[in-house]
Design a protein around this ligand. Structure first.
Ligand SMILES: Nc1ncnc2c1ncn2[C@@H]1O[C@H](COP(=O)(O)OP(=O)(O)OP(=O)(O)O)[C@@H](O)[C@H]1O
Ligand SMILES: [Mg+2]
Length: 252
């Protein structure tokens, strides 16, 4: 029987400061099953990052309900929520967010410092994660000694080292060249297919979205029904049906 891992009901996030009022997310009902790989698309400002942050418990909604892995996130204290996030969520950022003064293995070890694991076990787990992303020979390198694609793979190793149930990636290929992007997308696809990870990938890139098994669209803070795309999507959608090697040709 399918296991529901994300369930939101009328999820809403508003930003209010003085006369300034933005409804970033409005009445979003989304349900995801374990093992799904969903690409979340939509114009800039449509609320993609906001939704991802709420699911990752990095931010709190202003209204509505949110259940992730059966946990009502609104019921958790700030302290409990940080631990919950560390245990269950692997988050991958567009700009990698590695700590510059720490080596690759030290960056990957970081989330394990909040667990009961001993140093030796932490290093073993971090090494396994870095091997999985193909960086077993770069353990001692600092971020600045790595290429962008390698930095993002370290960030992926850091995201998976705790063996999280859910991997959330916010434009993870946005800062990468085509070859590195392909490596990162292939890796996400493997994590989904071989390791059964549930993944949400926010992207503007139709090619990246094609790695997912389902695409959902946000428009002005509202989640469109499955199969529906924003009104101005026709142009991009036709680009998506063109093979990636042809896209380059179209762009030039
Ligand atoms: N901390 C904040 N304070 C005020 N407004 C915010 C804040 N964060 C986001 N917003 C607003 O909420 C809306 C949704 O932002 P969000 O970052 O979720 O969009 P996005 O779809 O991720 O866009 P992009 O594709 O450019 O990353 C935007 O109008 C944005 O200006
Ligand atoms: Mg964003």
């Amino acid at each position: 029987m399918p296991e529901t891992v994300i369930e939101t009901s009328q999820l809403t996030k508003e930003y209010i400061r003085d006369e300034f009022h933005v409804v970033a997310l409005k009445d979003v009902d989304i349900r995801m099953q374990k093992g799904e790989f969903v690409a979340l698309m939509g114009p800039s400002g449509s609320g993609k990052s906001t939704l991802l942050h709420l699911i990752a418990a990095m931010d709190r909604p202003t209204d509505g309900e949110i259940l992730v892995l059966g946990q009502n996130l609104r019921a958790l204290s700030d302290r409990a929520i940080a631990h919950w996030r560390n245990e269950h969520i692997g988050f991958i950022f567009q700009s990698f967010n590695l700590i510059p003064v720490l080596s690759a293995i030290e960056n990957v070890e970081l989330p394990l410092k909040l667990t009961n694991l001993k140093k030796k076990e932490r290093i073993e787990h971090a090494t396994t994660a870095l091997n999985l992303v193909g960086l077993g020979d770069r353990l001692g390198h600092l971020p600045k000694q790595l290429s962008g694609g390698q930095e993002q793979r370290v960030a992926i190793a850091r995201a998976i080292v705790t063996d999280p149930d859910l991997i959330l990636a916010d434009e993870p290929t946005g800062n990468l060249d085509a070859g590195s992007a392909q490596e990162v997308l292939t890796l996400l696809s493997r994590l989904n297919k071989e390791f059964g990870k549930t993944i949400i990938l926010v992207t503007h890139d139709p090619h990246a979205a094609s790695f997912a098994t389902k695409i959902r669209h946000l428009e002005k803070g509202e989640l469109l029904p499955e199969g529906q795309v924003p009104d101005d999507w026709a142009h991009t959608a036709s680009a998506a049906s063109v093979a990636p090697d042809k896209l380059k040709h179209v762009a030039t």
